[in-house]
Design a binder for this molecule. Structure first.
Ligand SMILES: Nc1ncnc2c1ncn2[C@@H]1O[C@H](COP(=O)(O)OP(=O)(O)O)[C@@H](O)[C@H]1O
Ligand SMILES: [Mg+2]
Length: 356
């Protein structure tokens, strides 16, 4: 096992500056998810940690030792990719043993490790099959087994579940979490799926255009997003945003919307140079009632999901998403009222996008 440190890591491809100065410390045994939109540099950063790609600037440390010049093999990291990259002509057992054979481990040690990994991953009955005779989930397990048998210091996962259907993805997600509880190997897990990141990780790193927007536990990011990007990226369905101005009143600070609606803010002095703010409301925190409430709205769309219903409500000139109980009957065109408990509101500086 190993800790990971990145110090001022940058990466350019030609003139394109893709990774723009990353500083990050990952503790030994920690499970860290790296999330961000497609193209933001997640795979590049993972490949820099693995040694498949070199950094243009900065240092990569494993267990306190600078490894910039070490090959992937010398770093003792194991990668699991979205494309399982299994050898089609080899059996499951041979696929799992392949890297160990290359590193000239003795035969008994190899079969002991393969058996142990097969037991852990429920592959014992499949050891003699070839990849073509396996389901997608089973192939992903073999890819994981191939990483585990190497007993690496660090696991690096690059969107390992993206090729699986939704149900299998949830199941494999659970298995990866169990596996980490058991082996406790430091893991960096790349995904564009914030739910996957939230459910798996001890800490999440939100990456955007090659820079870190925020690092924190899943609930820290959900409850205290540092800026508009993180607020919009973490949480599903996404947070609603609405433009407003700060306004002082006898009962406390308020946000005044374009149509004059006033919304009471949490009891904490907010200051923004321009006075312009962006108010954030999570759909699950909006209180929807028929008669009373802060703000009038009209139902545009009602989407039942089973346990709850999502309502798109036109209010104060924008569309807001609110979640109501499944038994709340609402049809397009219905008039409603929305209210917001001050402590559930997120207040951002409209210009910088930073939380106030
Ligand atoms: N070898 C390469 N040469 C040139 N550009 C690259 C190379 N690898 C990645 N990029 C570019 O770097 C950016 C980030 O890519 P990547 O790290 O794969 O993003 P992500 O995994 O977050 O989707 C993309 O714009 C991509 O086109
Ligand atoms: Mg990628």
């Amino acid at each position: 096992m190993a800790s990971i440190q990145l110090r001022g890591v940058e990466k350019s491809f030609g003139a394109a500056n893709i990774i723009k100065g990353i500083d990050l410390a990952i503790a030994d045994g920690e499970f860290v998810a790296l999330v961000g939109p497609s193209g933001c540099g997640k795979s590049t950063l993972l490949r820099i940690i693995s040694g498949l790609e070199s950094a243009t600037r900065g240092e990569i440390l494993l267990d306190g030792r600078i490894v910039n010049d070490d090959s992937p093999r010398d770093r003792n990291v194991a990668m699991v990719f979205q494309s399982y990259a299994l050898y089609p002509h080899m059996t499951v057992a041979q696929n799992m043993a392949f890297n160990l054979k290359l590193s000239r481990k003795d035969k008994q040690e190899i079969s002991r490790r393969v058996e142990e990994a097969a037991r852990m991953l429920d592959l014992v009955d499949l050891l003699e099959r070839r990849p073509g005779q396996l389901s997608g989930g089973q192939r992903q397990r073999v890819a994981m087994g191939r990483a585990i048998v190497r007993n690496p210091s660090v696991f690096l996962f690059d969107e390992p579940l993206s090729n699986l259907d939704a149900k299998l993805r949830v199941q494999m997600r659970g298995e990866i979490k169990l596996l980490h509880h058991r082996v406790k190997t430091t893991a960096v897990y790349v995904t564009h799926d914030q739910i996957e990141a939230m459910t798996l990780a001890d800490r999440i790193v939100v990456l955007n255009r090659g820079v870190i927007e925020q690092v924190g536990t899943p609930l820290e990011l959900y409850n205290k997003p540092a800026n508009l990007f993180v607020a919009g990226f973490i949480g599903s369905p996404s947070m609603n945003f609405i433009d407003a101005r700060l306004k002082d009143s006898a009962s406390g600070q308020k946000a005044e919307l374009a149509d004059g609606t006033q919304i009471l803010l949490p009891a904490r002095p907010f200051a923004s140079k321009s006075g312009k703010i962006t108010l954030g409301m999570r759909p699950e925190n909006i209180v929807v009632e028929r008669e009373s409430g802060n703000m009038a709205g009209t139902v545009k769309v009602s989407e039942p999901t089973g346990p709850q219903t999502h309502l798109v409500v036109e209010a104060a000139g924008t569309d807001m998403l609110a979640i109501v109980r499944a038994d709340f009957a609402a049809r397009a065109g219905d008039g409603l009222r929305l209210s917001f408990s001050p402590n559930t509101l997120h207040v951002f500086d409209a210009e910088s996008g930073r939380v106030l």
